[in-house]
Design a protein around this ligand. Sequence first.
Ligand code: FE2
Length: 506
Amino acid sequence: MLLAILISPIPLTLMGNRGIQITSLVDSAIIADSSFFIRGPTVNMVTNESAMIFWRTEGVTNATVWYGLNESVIEKIENTTLDINHRVPLIGLDIDTRYFYKVSSNNTESQLYHFRTAPADGARFRMIIIGDNRPTLVSYIQPEEFKELSQMIVDEDPHIVVMSGDYVLEVNENHEDNLAGWAAFTNISDSIGHYAPIYGALGNHDTGAKTGTLNLDYYFDAFEQYDEPSTYFSFDYAGVHFIFLDTEQQYLEGRITGDQYNWLVNDLESTDCPMKYVIGHRPMYPLNHLGDSIDSKPDERIRLQQLFEEHNVTAYICGHDHLFNRLTVNGLVHIISGGGGAPLVYTQWGGAYYHYTRVDSSYNHVNISSVKLSGEIGHNYQLPYTGPIEIALRAIWNGSSKQPNTLPEIYFSEIPIEKYYCWDSVANQTELIGLPNANGLHTLDVYAMNSDEVWSHDRFVFTTVGATTTTTQTTASFPLESLVIGGVVVAGVVIVLILVYRRRQP
Ligand SMILES: [Fe+2]
């Protein structure tokens, strides 16, 4: 139903979670033809003993939460202060326990919902990741895929939900357009938020950057999360430290630097949690958005990768590329989960399917699966990983044509005990050099040995163009195996001929 926006003469405000007043996005608008509950109720900022129930009503009302261990909810918390935004904390809850709840305002009751408190530190919990659900063309029409995936996410019965950004098409100068766009998103996200806390990273489509001035009020209004109105924040859940980063800082897009980087270092040094997840919108190793992600400043990306390695971060979770990809670099898992509904992008690395990512996580075991709209598992990866070293190529496509000396990006899933690079089956080198300075096909063999002395090998093929020498290299047409096989065949033929010749000798 198309939303009709009416302007209200009554200015209202809502309170940020740190007690800072920010302008309400519904203060000047009442959405006609909607239900009594404009937002929620949703469960937010859940710990192993507390939660915060949020909802928004069409007009100012009182607020009551009913909750309990079964559907006959008998506990009651009342707030008689009249408001349109209601935030009621539940405290003294039992650990790892399902609670049922409903809310009422001015005697109008919501449906009954339920959520689970966090388990003990290190115990298993289910996290769902979804990103890049944004519409394609019309701001207030969310993709059908996002609606379907949201229902599937509810059916997964998650403890916690992480969104990796790009919730709306854009934030522009038209407040009513923006309200409609964000309401279309929260109508769906709240259908998940009834049952599990949602935490969302800021995406480039969510900021209004194209207008020249960031307008983050809509983003803050869509989520009830820690440390608002900061766009980067952290919290602990089940003994796991979660860090949300802002890759959209004005004039610093795609970078984690300055005050935010200093905050990040301090935050990582301050936590006692042995396990950490970091979430941001833009990838560190993009497949599609090359050069406008954290790869835009190679030195800063290396610095961030090393920081995460030093502090045993388990995974960096992001979106921005509209696909699924998992890459492990020196033990740090990178998950791109950007298939929430926006148009898919197709790259050589695959993963172009609508999905969410399910992570069953404990200190002992992490099971990561991308789940397609069909319910099929697109990819599965588990920690601890015990297989041979994975060798991955990024940035340059396998088979692509490049200038001489262009350096392919080769990554190992763990730091090898030994490694070699070999261009055109000629000589093994311990350091990778760029494409040979000779036009034509070239092979790059990469070898890596893990601590169990198991070798991994992968071969990539590139074509050099624009070489400064006149020699044309065609080694890739005759890779090493071919040469060996060819040599064996020739030797065999020679031996047969010799034997035939000898038999014919008198
Ligand atoms: Fe994006």
